[in-house]
Design a protein around this ligand. Structure first.
Ligand code: GLA
Length: 376
């Protein structure tokens, strides 16, 4: 073989292996395999994650390969929030959400839209008039209808389910003071579900919150869902976000809440699962929490000690076991991010910590506690 031919063959092989292992900015070893966690949990529940723009575009090749191997459901981490999709009145930024939906379709996934009504990451103009005062109830109702019809309508028949209302209830079971509640009262929740159902009658519709194990919040959701069902308003599922820590929630609390929510007849799901391995600052997931950094709050910069990892793994495994034991009413797990380096919890509630809260480490390696599930 001539030198040129040899060189072409070498370059071709290099290019092929590059394509297989991924040469994106964040490349590591992960390749697309045929059998993954989604297959291991088939028959129990759907298994997936929130995904970001780098994974959708292929810039994070290793992350995208994990998603294709292990997940059969995805939710948009950010691109479908109102501040992103409708940042100015009359202007919609569709491209990132369109690409997210296409990624899900190309990979035959159950696609969840997140989220239609939430007081955080809300488009800044949405509840205000030109003077910066709250709009009237009629105006907000009209804006909600138009927004929900436009967003849900665009993806009608393509996005299979929507988180319609997110984080509406406080820890003590009272309605959270948000622009939606302050302007429209409790009715904003059934109203949003009704609009979403009108926009896509076939889409599943969910309500979602953190800290569902807190009895007052859990009971309030049971009441809200039962009331909506009694009025004939469609609601299919209740999302327990599942932003957990090493000491919250206790497993019996998680299981009790799951059973109480399932008692409504709705599907229950773990929608934003992650478990911090770091010292606990708070047992809620209010994204406005902000604690000052100190080294003592960030103890594992160069790796998680074996005893902490063992404890973390045991807790994660207990959550999976509880979910599997309730497969009759429990339908889906979405982890909130793919690998530890991607997680919002590196910066919340303390900025700049080294977190170990997801199923794949910073090098895109699966956490050891999961490997037993992959044995066929
Ligand atoms: C909440 C939201 C998510 C996400 C997380 C943190 O749980 O529902 O969309 O913003 O906070 O990133």
């Amino acid at each position: 073989m001539k030198f040129k031919t040899v060189m072409l063959a070498v370059c071709g092989a290099a290019a092929l292996s590059c394509a297989l292992i991924g040469c994106g900015k964040k490349t590591t070893q992960a390749v697309v395999q045929s059998y993954g966690l989604k297959d291991a949990f088939k028959g129990h529940f759907l298994f997936g994650s929130a995904i970001n723009e780098d994974q959708v575009s292929g810039l994070d090749t290793a992350g995208a390969n994990i998603i294709k191997t292990h997940f059969n459901t995805i939710v948009a981490e950010n691109v479908m929030k109102s501040e992103k999709i409708n940042p100015k009145q009359g202007y919609y930024n569709w491209a990132p959400a369109d690409e997210f939906v296409k990624f899900g379709e190309d990979n035959d996934m159950f696609i969840v839209g997140h989220c239609l009504v939430w007081h955080q990451q809300l488009a800044p103009w949405f509840p205000y008039d030109a003077q910066g005062h709250y709009v009237s109830a009629d105006t907000l109702k009209n804006r909600m209808r138009e927004y929900i019809y436009t967003v849900v309508g665009r993806y009608k028949g393509r996005v299979h389910a929507w988180d319609v209302v997110n984080e509406a209830i406080d820890d003590d079971g009272t309605y959270r003071h948000s622009p939606y509640y302050d302007i429209l009262g409790e009715e904003f929740i059934p109203m949003a579900f009704q609009f979403a159902h009108e926009a896509d009658p076939d889409a599943e519709l969910y309500i979602n919150d953190y800290g569902m194990e807190k009895p007052a919040r859990c009971q309030r959701y049971v009441q809200i869902v039962n009331d909506m069902k009694a009025r004939g308003i469609r609601i299919d599922g209740i999302g327990m976000q599942g932003h957990m820590g090493m000491d919250n929630p206790w497993m019996h609390e998680f299981e009790t809440a799951l059973e109480a929510l399932a008692g409504t007849g709705c599907k229950v799901m773990l929608t934003e699962w992650d478990m911090s391995a770091l010292p606990t600052i708070t047992d809620n997931a209010d994204i406005t929490e902000n604690t000052l950094y100190s080294d003592s709050l960030n103890p594992y910069i160069s790796g998680l000690p074996a005893d902490v990892e063992a404890q973390w793994s045991e807790r994660m495994d207990s959550v999976l076991t509880i979910c599997m034991n309730h497969a009759d009413c429990f339908s889906r797990i979405n982890v909130w991010g793919v690998s530890d380096g991607d997680s919002w919890r590196n910066d919340w509630p303390v900025k700049g910590r080294t977190e170990y809260c997801l199923l794949f480490d910073r090098n895109h390696q699966m956490k050891p506690f999961l490997t037993k599930y992959l044995k066929k």
